[in-house]
Write a protein that binds this ligand. Sequence first.
Ligand code: C2E
Ligand code: SIN
Ligand code: SIN
Ligand code: FE
Ligand code: FE
Length: 579
Amino acid sequence: EQPELFEIYGRVALSGKPERFEVYSETFGGWLFITVYSTEKGYFIAVFDNITLRKQRERKLQAISSLSVALRSAVARADQFPIILEQMMASLNVEGALLVMLDPSSGGPVVELGQGGWKDLTGRLVPPGEGVIGRVMSTGRSYLGDTALIDPHLFSQEMIEKVREISCIPLIAEKQTIGALMAGWKTEAKKEDVQLLEAIGEIAAISLHRLTLHAQALRHVQHLSALHDIDVAISSSLDMRVTLKVLLGHVTKELDADAAAVLLLNQHTQVLTYAAGHGFRTLGIEQTRIRLGEGCSGRAALERRIISIPDAVTGHNMCPHVYMLKGEGFISHHVAPLIVKGKVKGVLEILNRSSLVPDREWMDFFEALAGQTAIAIDNASLFQDLQHANDELFLAYDATIEGWSRAMDLRDKETEGHSLRVTDLALTIARAMGFREDDLVHVRRGALLHDIGKMGVPDNILLKPGKLTDEEWVIMRKHPVFAYNLLSPIEFLQTALDIPYYHHEKWDGTGYPQGLKGEQIPLAARIFSLVDVWDALGSDRPYRPAWPKEKMIQYIKDQTGKDFDPKVADIFLKQVGGA
Ligand code: C2E
Ligand code: SIN
Ligand code: SIN
Ligand code: FE
Ligand code: FE
């Protein structure tokens, strides 16, 4: 039995001799020890205070308080491991000490640190549910006893022989077993040491849990801020390549990936091809072509779930396209499907050159990032579809405009081809005058439609072989207004109205329908009126034959400053070789 410690509390001397010599020993509540003993002079009753427990308590308090202080200074979870074990070694008289924690990646128990005779066990995996440690962790109940149940996979014969008794206690935080402490003694374990081990365990569990939560909170904040950055990237750029680039930068950083790629699924061919990548050493990934259902990526897309190859050192379980990425050296591969509104649009690939065994949190974040990627792709393709739809609409409009324009020329047989010719010439002059490509679209449409208003002029006037009467001129001069009435309800032709409406205005203000003067007349119309007269004079009309070129040039020169803007005329004459 372990020796107890006593401190004398008081004593009473009695004279004479006791009739019977007797020694009493009595413990009251574990505190007092009374003895009666005799000497030659008489006998005594002595009362001793049993301070064993008090001393134990003091030792325990001291161990706990120094452990608490030391743990409080730890910043990272792993900094706490040596602090806990050193306290065990210092206060428990142990031969060996172990700290086992649940491994964040595998989820199974792993020896985070060993001390004393068990130093070499650091880093070893503990078979879950087996041996002393496995059982303590799965049941949450401590063990005290000999080494019969010690895990032989973990402890060498030599290690086992060095200890006689072991104690293993679970580390419990918020009702969850997060790890275990194990101590081994050369001799039988003292009750007080086992109690102290339990106290150390309680403090250690709280502290380890606190820093784990802290680290988790930090990671969550970091993840949230990454997700936010991605959100900003998605909403500020409609260019999918830019968005995916930003996104894959975050993905590799936050998921500890060496490389990441987005493959998009062609809905017609059902083949996944490269869209964006980050962290690759070679260009091989860009050649990727994977059929739906083929390899990890094809399966992730087909089965709509994450496919994980944490470690493919031998290459036999590596999917062929990753294996083909020569010079990259990937051995770990994780693929998430990108699903938008129920449709698989592609996959997000995570590739590592070392093994990556994901934990729950990693998987959750991988899923979140795949969701973001899907949204980015959806946004970009919505924009693309819209652009596509717009492009198609524009093509349809332009076909319609050209159709109207041709119909007009057909009606006015003698002017056939006039519309296309004046359009080409007007564009040439407008370009020479510095029009931007965007504005040229409007010039083109306006020119094609310039005489659309003649649709409202009856055949007997339009096709009349001779001069027009005053009444006929009234109707003929309405053709720009007819054009305005016809075209202005059409939204996308608003900007093309200048030419049909103002092409008979004159620089000196004598034109129609508004009588605008100088720069009041839109520039496109000033250009066009010159081009229109030029082409009319060069063509046969029902009312006169075509003019020779010299006469046309002379006419333009004569009318410059009257009918025509001098600046436009200057550039025009250079273009047609009349300057
Ligand atoms: P258009 O034939 O396309 O002619 C456009 C413009 O070119 C005319 O606008 C006019 O400024 C000029 N132009 C055309 N032919 C001559 C010409 O022989 N001499 C001169 N100096 N300028 C010419 P304008 O005058 O406002 O006429 C608008 C439209 O009215 C013409 O378009 C044409 O369709 C019609 N038109 C004009 N004059 C006659 C005519 O004598 N008989 C008939 N049937 N139609 C006419
Ligand atoms: C892309 O840049 O790949 C698509 C975005 C777009 O041009 O609409
Ligand atoms: C944009 O960001 O608006 C341009 C889209 C594109 O890249 O095609
Ligand atoms: Fe006209
Ligand atoms: Fe014309």
